[in-house]
Design a protein around this ligand. Structure first.
Ligand code: MRU
Length: 342
């Protein structure tokens, strides 16, 4: 079947959600078309679409693919999509917005249009958010030319430009000589496959590191700052992000380097007091024990595969949001950074 051309990570065209298939990058640039709620759920679970903001947008469009005009189908689509991944709060935030729009619409003949309208609004707000974080972050990172990042918090993880990578795109456009070090990010290699792919497409110099290299690079004076995204930020400012983020924050502290988190206010979860309360997704054994067709862990050995870890607020220099910057010491998320639903 012919592949529809898309310009961003995800697009809604002709009652279909079209996704860049991130499981196939960088080898193949292909799209996946979803026309059912189940296909969207599967795409989120398999990381065809991934990254906290992109998951939220995909789920919002996914709701629109339920049986047209059926309130009960839309509601069960919301419940079902909420089971696709547990950690990124943007998923639940977007589904809550969809539910609120549904609840406020009395006319069942208009439900589809109203839901598509809300999903498009979430998508458009995300584009603006990426640009705003880019400006806020570029002002902070202006003096840094060698920036380390982990996982992928770029255009592929959002509608466009990303969160952690948005300031880097901004600096590059302003003519700064910025160079990125991308942790490969075991086990699914979002740094090596995705961050390195999108930055090289944009002509931004990028070097891929194994996850264990960051410490010695910092010790040798090769890094000016670290910037990462977030999947959920608790009320006290603790941040859940891709596994391997916490050790980077510890290393940054030890080497007196700034450690920045870039995230939209939709990633804040004020219902959780601290990072200890954030649900951490445990993924399957094969992601670690198998490399391609090759088994790399003996059958009898156990495997741990948490997809995220929690970085305590006291290790964070600043949290960059679309509404402004929270500087250290971060002890709580302030009222002005609250998300839409509050
Ligand atoms: O498992 P993933 O690839 O969805 O994990 C993504 C991350 O950890 C990102 O850093 C985070 O979602 C922020 S994306 C702007």
């Amino acid at each position: 079947m012919e592949q529809p051309a898309i310009h961003e990570t995800l697009e809604f065209q002709n009652e279909r959600l079209i996704l860049i298939d991130q499981t196939r990058l960088p080898g193949e640039v292909t799209t996946l078309q979803c026309s059912t709620v189940e296909q969207v759920h599967d795409a989120i679970y398999r990381l065809v679409v991934r990254g906290a903001p992109a998951i939220g947008i995909a789920a919002a469009y996914g709701v629109c693919l339920a049986e047209r005009g059926s309130r009960t189908s839309y509601l069960s689509a919301m419940d079902y999509l909420a089971t696709s991944r547990p950690t990124a709060v943007n998923l639940f935030w977007a589904l809550d917005r969809m539910r609120q729009r549904l609840d406020h619409c009395d006319d069942d003949t208009k439900l589809y249009e109203v839901l598509v309208d809300e999903a498009v609004m979430i998508h458009n707000e995300d584009r603006k958010m990426c640009h705003d974080i880019g400006f806020e972050g570029a002002a902070l990172l202006g003096h840094c030319s060698r920036i380390l990042t982990h996982c992928n918090a770029g255009g592929l993880a959002t509608s466009t430009r990303g969160t952690a990578l948005a300031p880097i795109y901004q600096l590059h456009e302003q003519g700064s000589q910025v160079k990125v070090y991308a942790d490969e990010t075991r086990p699914l290699l979002q740094g090596a496959r995705l961050t390195a792919w999108e930055l090289s497409q944009a002509g931004i110099p990028v070097t891929v590191l194994t996850d264990s290299m960051a410490g010695s690079l910092m010790r040798n004076g090769g890094i000016d700052a670290v910037i990462v995204g977030a999947d959920r930020i608790a009320k006290n400012g603790d941040v859940a992000n891709k596994i391997g983020t916490y050790p980077l924050a510890v290393l940054a502290k030890y080497h007196s380097l700034p450690f920045y988190v870039a995230a939209p206010s939709s990633t804040f979860d004020e219902s959780l007091e601290s990072g200890d309360d954030i649900p951490i997704e445990e993924r399957n054994r094969e992601e670690i024990s198998k490399q391609g067709e090759k088994w790399v862990v003996p059958d009898k050995a156990e495997v741990m595969n948490p997809a995220f870890d929690v970085t305590p607020a006291h290790l964070i220099t600043a949290i960059i949001t679309e509404k402004g910057v929270l500087h250290a010491p971060i002890t709580s998320i302030q009222a002005e950074f609250r998300s839409y639903r509050d």
